[in-house]
Design a protein around this ligand. Structure first.
Ligand code: ADP
Ligand code: MG
Length: 464
């Protein structure tokens, strides 16, 4: 084990909280031992063992994960627990945070970090291990889609082809597609799995056309055993792409390869798609993910709380309250929980109903005010000290990109505008840029409570 190697002496050196005679190594060993005890060997070895100690001071402990993936997994799920264990060792500790510190040579680390298995040097599998069946909570609204997804993943030969999953945003379509891919690959490591957003599919296709690799492109796609296409409503437009999509689709089904597709409506309403594709989607099995109900929301929250290691801090009453108040989609539900826990962590507040109402008031108000994308851009630009025109320009400097992402994120959260609509208001950017921004900020909020608080502060100012 490499932990302790990069350790620096605890900051401050004023004694006080650190005066116990124990070395920091011994404390770290005890924190790890307690993690192992409470999480069990398997979870510990899978997630915690490779975490090393970066530095420990009186108020802050920093731990290092060997990959970004590991950090993004561990921080939101076990961060609270690690913090509690550290506080048992050093009571003055306020913050426990994580950095990414590759333990492997740079290339290998980058490969591991990307979390991808290259299928053939061109497509990676596109799978994200966060979205597996194990952390998909099943309830009445999604049980049919879930059962269909599972049967696709587990059957020897395609039981339905294609599987088409549809429903509103934030109800778990991407999660289910990803879970199919992960399970399928776990059961059959020798087969080829590819997950592509419609956008990626189009980009790859156009690129292949330009480079005159189109035959190779087709062959590569058709050699895949399980193909998943997400957000098919965005395939749209370009006739040649649709044509190719359709042929690929048919070729795969004809050869007994499994295809799974997700979109935002029944095939007949996918207006941008050509008629042959719409009807082809009708040939297989169609499964809807419905609006959540109260029981499912409670289930998802409980599962999330558990995985965050925050079960002892979030009372049932609070879970029930959240599940009643936030009746929209799962992403918002998760966002509210993250905000709640982040703010409590930062302020040291107890998570009771009153605190919950306070935090939620800000969130709920945001859904009723007439907030505009332009208003958000202005506020966010002000906050970061950049110009709105820069935010909407093509500039890619970090100082611009970050405010841009935050503004896109808040626009999605606080206004009823769709991804394409928001993209247009940011210098005619593509909807996928907005989707990526939202996802990125979501992730960052989970691992960085200070950043989560900053974003929430902005949200309050804007929604106020
Ligand atoms: P969609 O693709 O339908 O817009 P996602 O699959 O991206 O929605 O889901 C949004 C978020 O909600 C993700 O973080 C996902 O993990 C989570 N989520 C959705 N449904 C469930 C569920 N049934 N159990 C656990 N998490 C869920
Ligand atoms: Mg999705």
């Amino acid at each position: 084990m490499s932990h302790g190697r990069r350790q620096r002496p605890p900051g401050g050196g004023t004694g006080g909280a650190m005066s116990g005679g124990d070395t920091i190594d011994e404390r770290w060993r005890r924190v790890r031992a307690r993690c192992r005890d409470t999480l069990g060997n398997r979870t510990f070895e899978r997630w915690i063992e490779s975490i090393s100690l970066e530095s420990a001071g009186e108020s802050r402990v920093t731990m290092a994960a060997p990959t970004r993936f590991l950090r993004d997994w561990v921080a939101p799920r076990y961060g609270d627990r690690l913090r509690a264990f550290w506080r048992a060792e050093i009571p003055t500790v306020q913050t426990v945070d994580f950095v990414v510190r590759p333990a492997l040579p740079a290339d290998a680390a980058a490969a591991a970090d990307a979390g991808t298995v290259s299928v053939d040097g061109e497509f990676d599998d596109g799978l994200d291990r966060v979205y597996d069946f194990e952390n998909f909570v099943v309830g009445k609204p999604n049980e049919f889609a879930h059962a269909a997804a599972r049967s696709i993943a587990e059957a020897e030969a395609p039981p339905y082809n294609p599987l088409y999953i549809y429903g509103d945003v934030g109800l778990g379509k991407t999660h289910l597609l990803q879970a199919i891919g992960l399970r399928y690959r776990a059961l059959r490591p020798d087969r080829r799995v590819v997950y592509l957003s419609a956008e990626k599919f189009m980009n790859e296709f156009v690129r292949a056309l330009r480079l005159e690799h189109i035959m190779a492109f087709k062959e590569r796609l058709r050699s895949v055993d399980l193909l998943m296409i997400d957000d098919v409503q965005f395939i749209g437009g370009k006739h040649a792409t649709q044509e190719e999509f359709f042929h690929t689709f048919n070729a795969m089904v004809d050869r007994g390869r499994q295809v799974a597709v997700a979109g935002n409506s029944v095939p007949a309403d996918l207006e941008r798609l050509t008629e042959p594709i719409r009807s082809r989607l009708n040939w297989g099995l169609i499964a809807q993910v419905h609006e959540t109900n109260y029981e499912l929301r409670v289930g998802i929250l409980q599962d999330r709380v558990e995985r965050m290691g925050a079960a002892s801090r979030v009372p049932d009453k609070v879970v029930e309250f959240l599940a009643r108040k936030i009746a929209t989609n799962v992403r918002e539900l998760e966002g509210a929980l993250t905000t709640l826990v982040a703010r409590a962590t930062l302020t040291g507040a107890r998570i009771d109903l009153e605190f919950c109402q306070d935090v939620l008031r800000d969130i709920l108000r945001a859904h009723t005010g007439d907030v505009t994308v332009e208003g958000i851009q202005k506020r966010v630009a002000e906050h970061f000290g950049v110009r709105v025109s820069d935010m909407c320009s093509a500039r890619r400097q970090k100082v611009i990109v970050r405010p841009r992402h935050v503004a896109m994120y808040l626009a999605k959260e606080l206004t009823p505008r769709s991804y394409p609509e928001i993209g247009r208001k940011f210098g005619n950017r593509d909807h996928t840029t907005v989707m990526n921004a939202v996802r990125r900020i979501d992730k960052e909020r989970r691992v960085d409570p200070a950043f989560a608080e900053e974003v929430d502060m902005l949200r309050r100012v804007i929604a106020g």
